[in-house]
Design a protein around this ligand. Sequence first.
Ligand code: FAD
Ligand code: SF4
Ligand code: SF4
Length: 482
Amino acid sequence: MSAPMLGFVSVPQAQPEKRSAGDRCGDFDEIYNDFADGEAQEQANRCSQCGVPFCSINCPLGNNIPDWLMLAANDRLEEAYAVSAQTNSFPEICGRICPQDRLCEGNCVIEKGFDSVTIGAIERYITDTAFENGWVKPATPRKESGRSVGIVGAGPAGLAAAERLRATGHEVHVYDRHDRVGGLLIYGIPGFKLEKEIVARRHALLEEQGIRFHLGQGIGSGEGELAFEELRARHDAVLIAVGVYKSRDIGGPGSGLEGIIPALTYLTASNRRSLGDVVTDPLLDASGKDVVVIGGGDTAMDCVRTAIRQGAKSVKCLYRRDKANMPGSAREVKNAEEEGVEFVWLAAPEGFLGEGSVTSVRARRMKLGLPDATGRQSIEPEEDGLFTVKADLVIKALGFDPEPLPEMWKTDDLATSRWGTLVVRHETFETSLPGVFAAGDIVRGASLVVWAIRDGRDAAAQIDQWLEKHASAKAGARMAAE
Ligand code: FAD
Ligand code: SF4
Ligand code: SF4
């Protein structure tokens, strides 16, 4: 007999058990355990199978959530995985790190009064179970197309596109300046949100599918890098999925002191240690230090929680607005508070003190003013609101902008917006250069993994169509030359 669904009237919402703060602060492992036996099925059964599923409408991938919840509730997990994998290239990753409270779960209709269905955790459970049972297979093509695509960037946008393009039969080469596959999934996002083996497992599957990775191979005009024009000559089409990596900076007196570092430098070093690499620079280790992180987004949350795990003496997060106006996910703020992070709301840094190395941050108390045109409250400095916070490590987590690609790649005709992101034709993902496409953060600006996957998949479909129309002549000439 099939599960009746509508279980939300009698079964309360439950997430998989969260490890205690004391336990999880001692390592970089994920903080959620797996669902207990039968619990995922019971939780999936809470879905009311809405005729108009707002969960799906608010999932950037348009995942067919009610269908895979119904299948999971009936313990038909292999089918649930098949449905889930139709729209999502990496469901186990989204299930772990999507800000569900702002997307699918935040729009679940039973949330009003009953607490939402735990969609993310169930998506993770379905895919983890599929991996354990060998149901996840590489999407190898039925026949080769004879066409070749070069992808710059092995982050979620590049990988999602690579997977789709290879499945269609194209030869796919992915170039990345890093030595590992995953982009920010591997060197940005810490293991306590997404364990590294989860990314490595996907990498292995993509290799098995026949995608060729060229790691440690930057594209650009620097030493050892491959020139962009050479890349274009090698392939029938090119996808640029390089993300955004220029850290926003903070000025003011003392901003050049030692011990003030960008968030991604800090997180990359920590992730490298978790992966077994040797990182010796003591500046990149919070152990025994008073740490101040500046910023209120998810990157700031990752830094404070990393510093706690490294054994910092104290960890404070300075944010210029209040908790209600923080851009970071509410769930991550709660996790950070549980782990011992102290938040200093309505505090904006004005300078740094110290001789040679930083010893404290000078900050000013702020107050919220009237809402602006977008409804967001403005902030104003408090008179006489200056105060000092002790710090021997300051981490700047103020966001990211694109690197100046046309300048770095010597491609003046690659059009960019005034923010430096690549301009693409909305429907086709094609840049100002014919046969060159772009997707992910480099087009959107700093965004989310789930959007990068969506863009990568959509761009792949457009590249496939473009190759159908344009690439025959080029592919023929290349094959003749080989
Ligand atoms: P990236 O993931 O940045 O990948 C780009 C790749 O291109 C990199 O591997 C880079 O090495 C490579 N590359 C760049 N330039 C070159 C070049 N010239 N030659 C060769 N290779 C190059 N999103 C969420 O949804 N949930 C989260 O919890 C979350 N946490 C985050 C935490 C941090 C610390 C950060 C920084 C971001 C977080 N994000 C999160 C955002 C998310 O990681 C990004 O939106 C997403 O990774 C963008 O994917 P992408 O493929 O466009 O770029
Ligand atoms: Fe929710 Fe993200 Fe999964 Fe979509 S991909 S269902 S937004 S967790
Ligand atoms: Fe189920 Fe909630 Fe989606 Fe409705 S909105 S289909 S209850 S998960």
